[in-house]
Design a protein around this ligand. Structure first.
Ligand code: VGL
Ligand code: ZN
Length: 194
């Protein structure tokens, strides 16, 4: 299936941040591999004049998802620290719209739509189809894709530009299956018409 980009399409990059990359405090194995691939998507969407949105995990230092607060994760993506920054190798156009999420101390939020301006921004921009990639497949990508489907966007998941934590071996694959079952369309860069 070849997909032709159209006005009304937007690219959503989920949590491609230093702490989720090798060397970071909550590294996704091979998470760095998504960067050159996402750069190709970014360049194509930008060339078509289409919107690019980037979510970022943006926690307070004592966030409830951290081990010390009884949560599941080591501290990561603390707002305005180097770990929360986007890697320099990610080639964002200057009009990329950045969506900070999980900023509330008491509440975890895996989806880029959870308590953010993402949905009103997409609606205001006349977006009908979203193309979602990033980290990690079975957490923030999965939950962002689910919400996009709930909001009735035609939702593509960039299967060549997601990577999983795989705390259990199969988590990433199962998450991709779940997204597909719910109606998301898996695509690869080669499936996009130039
Ligand atoms: C994420 C675990 C904790 C993610 C964020 O972006 O997938 N995972 N916080
Ligand atoms: Zn987090």
């Amino acid at each position: 299936m070849i997909v032709t980009l159209d006005s009304g399409d937007a690219l959503i990059l989920v949590d491609v941040q230093n702490d989720f990359l090798p060397g970071g405090s909550l590294a996704v194995p091979m998470g760095n591999e998504v960067i050159p691939i996402l750069n190709r998507y970014i360049s194509l969407f930008h060339a078509h004049g289409l919107g690019i949105f980037a979510t970022r995990d943006w926690h307070p230092p004592d966030h409830s998802s951290f081990l010390e607060q009884g949560g599941a994760w080591p501290p990561h993506c603390i707002a305005a620290t180097p770990g929360a920054a986007f890697p320099a190798s990610l080639e964002f156009p200057c009009d990329t719209q950045i969506i900070s999420k999980a900023t509330n101390r008491g509440k975890d939020a895996y989806s880029g739509f959870d308590d953010t301006q993402l949905e009103p921004l997409l609606k205001w921009s006349g977006i009908g189809r979203v193309f979602i990639g990033g980290l990690a497949t079975e957490y923030c990508v999965l939950n962002t894709v689910k919400d996009a489907l709930e909001y009735r966007y035609v939702t593509f998941v960039l299967e060549d530009a997601v990577r999983a934590m795989n705390i259990s071996t199969d988590d990433g694959r199962q998450a991709l299956e779940e997204m597909t079952r719910l109606g998301a369309i898996p695509i690869r860069f080669e499936s996009l018409a130039a």
